[in-house]
Ligand binder design. Structure first.
Ligand code: HEM
Length: 393
């Protein structure tokens, strides 16, 4: 438990963190990777290049300072981040390293304003926050390992099949190289894949949503290719071009908190933009198999017909379900967007609504759903990439 004095010192730094948070975390990563280049094997360099990881860490440090009197407030976010940490293999011994370089960066950026008193208070607070992460992650590692067919860290898989789903999306069916089955997962969860790429000095890790309902013997991910000069596409494009049937790839166990509540039978709606369709496929297929009578809506926005994946799959599931509605709009066509009117027409206001897509798409969908009076607790969403706002659920 942090003392009253420590907590009030940490809280007094909130305005400074608001102003300099990203500068501190940017400096932190620069110094960290010089001292510990081996950590480049686990961090996503594209997120670094775009400052997304720096912003995510700054926002989490800031949120921790704001909620220092009541850290339970940020527990849901700790759990979400812990899923990501476990998926990439973060270990307890990494925390003191991160703590050391975070404090050094505070000192370097804030100069004399970072008094010994402030740095000591932050060192103490960091210890408490790190312990919270370490404990949550320890439980998750144990649970993952104890699960039937479970493992921790990375396991050797092979590509069993590679299937083109649209002009830009290709599915990879992955099976354990040792012939074992895969563990069950909750629709909506993701895996990390790890590989070496010829032009990269370090291992690369990326997360991809599992894109089909759980099956005993395989995972499926569906990957979107990007423009060649988009840093986000380096690994995805490599997979498209170079990863073929029979090739090996390392995979971590399923993780993530953006998941379908499979116990429910009340109305449900899946709203996706572009490759945000992938976790929706897993959720929708699960509803189609397990609760086909559940009132279900599938709304999807794609650029055009050529880039539209899974159309026939969704149609054939929807036809067999008792009460399913499916609608796609193409943004290359006039009025090709999911509007408030369309949401009103297709989405039962009592639905649990799952939203996934590019950040701008998600912002608009969430705003329009709020505009329709849908309560916050019925709207579930996940931004791909580092969590930018720690207070989001
Ligand atoms: C991801 C916070 C400690 C490695 C993240 C994210 C946040 C975060 C907010 C983004 C989550 C997301 O993508 O949804 C923190 C905080 C820490 C901490 C507050 C300390 C209390 C560590 C440590 C390591 C680590 C000790 C290991 C060296 C990573 C990695 C990612 C990540 C590899 C994935 C980011 C990527 O895409 O490259 N962390 N983290 N973190 N964290 Fe941490």
């Amino acid at each position: 438990m942090l003392s009253e004095q420590t907590r009030s010192i940490v809280k007094s730094t909130v305005p400074v963190l608001e102003e300099h948070g990203v500068a501190i975390t940017t400096r932190f990563y620069e110094n960290l990777f010089v001292a510990h280049p081996e950590l480049l094997n686990i961090f996503n360099q594209a997120n670094q290049a775009q400052g997304r990881q720096q912003a995510a860490l700054a926002s989490s440090v800031h949120a921790a300072a704001v909620h220092i009197d009541n850290l339970e407030e940020i527990l849901p976010t700790v759990v979400q981040v812990a899923h990501k940490h476990v998926s990439v293999g973060v270990l307890p011994e990494h925390y003191p390293i991160v703590g050391e370089y975070l404090l050094k960066a505070m000192k370097e950026v804030l100069g004399d304003a970072a008094t010994d008193e402030i740095l000591e208070a932050w060192a103490e607070a960091y210890g408490v926050i790190a312990d919270a992460f370490i404990n949550v992650e320890k439980d998750m590692y144990k649970e993952t390992e104890d699960q039937e067919n479970g493992w921790i860290f990375f396991k050797d898989f092979v590509v069993a099949r590679k299937v083109k789903e649209s002009e830009v999306i290709t599915s990879f069916y992955l099976k354990p190289a040792d012939g074992s089955n895969v563990p069950p997962y909750i629709p909506g969860q993701y895996i990390s894949v790890r590989l070496t790429m010829p032009e990269e000095e370090f291992l690369v890790i990326r997360q991809y949503s599992l894109s089909q309902a759980p099956k005993p013997d395989e995972f499926r991910i569906s990957v979107k290719s990007e423009n060649d000069n988009d840093p986000n596409g380096v690994v995805s494009n490599y997979l498209h071009r170079n990863l073929n049937e029979g090739d090996p790839i390392e995979v971590s166990a399923p993780a993530g908190v953006f998941v379908l509540d499979v116990s429910k039978t009340t109305p449900v709606a899946f709203i996706s933009g572009g490759v945000g369709i992938t976790p929706m496929m897993s959720m929708f297929e699960t509803v189609a198999h397990s609760t086909p009578y559940r009132p279900t809506t599938f709304l999807h926005g794609a650029r055009n017909e050529d880039q539209h994946a899974f159309d026939t799959d969704i149609q054939s599931y929807a036809e067999k379900m008792e009460n399913a509605r499916y609608k796609t709009v193409y943004s290359d066509e006039p009025n090709g967007f999911i509007t408030r009117e369309l949401l009103e027409e297709y989405v039962d206001p009592a639905s649990d609504i799952y939203v996934c897509g590019p950040p701008r798409f998600m912002e608009i969908m969430i705003r329009e759903l709020h505009g329709l009076g849908i309560p916050e607790e019925q709207i579930h969403y996940e931004f791909f990439g580092p969590a930018m706002d720690l207070t989001m659920n």
